[in-house]
Design a protein around this ligand. Sequence first.
Ligand code: PEP
Ligand code: MN
Length: 366
Amino acid sequence: MKLDLNTTPLKDWFPNYTKPGLIVGPCSAESEEQMLETAISIAALYPNAIFRAGIWKPRTRPNTFEGIGDIGLEWLKLVKKQTGLLIATEVATADHVEKCLKAGVDILWIGARTTVNPFSVQEIADALRGVDVAVFVKNPIYPDLQLWAGALERVNNAGVKKIAAIHRGFHSYDNGPFRNSPKWELAIELKAACPELPIFCDPSHIGGVPELIPYIAQKAMDMDMDGLMIETHRNPLVALSDAKQQVTPSALKEIIDNLQIRSASVENLELQSKLEELRFIIQKLDTDLLELLAKRMAISTQIGEYKRDNNVIILQVAHWKKLIEASLANAESMGLPKEFIKGLYQLIHDESIRRQTDVMNKVIKK
Ligand code: PEP
Ligand code: MN
């Protein structure tokens, strides 16, 4: 994928940027006291953090807490005045953008439910034309990289250069232990498409519970992400939204203290040469794997031809089941995780069926 963005480096707009940049604060603004108390604790620990709080909350069902509304902007302004922290909130409409700009909100973010809708994103982008504000774009709820890239492009095309992405995980019917499946490969692909685009990780919305945050945050650092958005509340137990995943400022400190920030560049020469050697072996093995796959697929095509000539259907479920069971047992004895091999075989099998379908259809066309 290609993604050309005109970005301003994080160090030029994030306060005294060091990795990880922190965007922390409650899921939602609830009261002046809740905002100030939380912000004062955060500022004492991290004076360079950006303070976040949602004011207009996109909820799946009505009659849950849909945000405190415009009054929250007054509380954000107070936070900025009393703590010196830069302030951030979520925008979903041009009206939100205008109100935030008037209130002096420093950073806006587009939420996962808004990134999915190009009309909404364009409306926000149009409201941002000619304005010097920073914008974070969360990934869309669905694992669609084009949609994420498209939202970043729309905002950037409106002239916003202080731009960054937030990886907050994806809705999936198989989330494993996570509230939202991380699908790290999508964030990696975005980074590969546009290396100068800063990417933050939101372990709160990926994990859904505090216990998973340290693991996800560490992984984000090891994926060379630039910062973290972590929902932080003075008393998560009574939070009006996302109570299950918020952490106290002191729990936040423990998470950040325990993070290991490893080097992104390989300066040690001995390590460099060892890595090169191992990467060379991997490259060779990858070629072998591809050659084997090509051979395997050629045989699938041949089987397709036999099936076609003898008028036999493509999918023989009993045979496929036997094959996958044998391969899974084999994989297990080699120390390969079952789920990984199952997924891999699913892909290989899908491609085999696609080829055999092609072979069959050629005959129909004759
Ligand atoms: C949030 O940050 O509180 C939020 C609503 O996030 P998301 O858009 O990632 O669901
Ligand atoms: Mn939230």
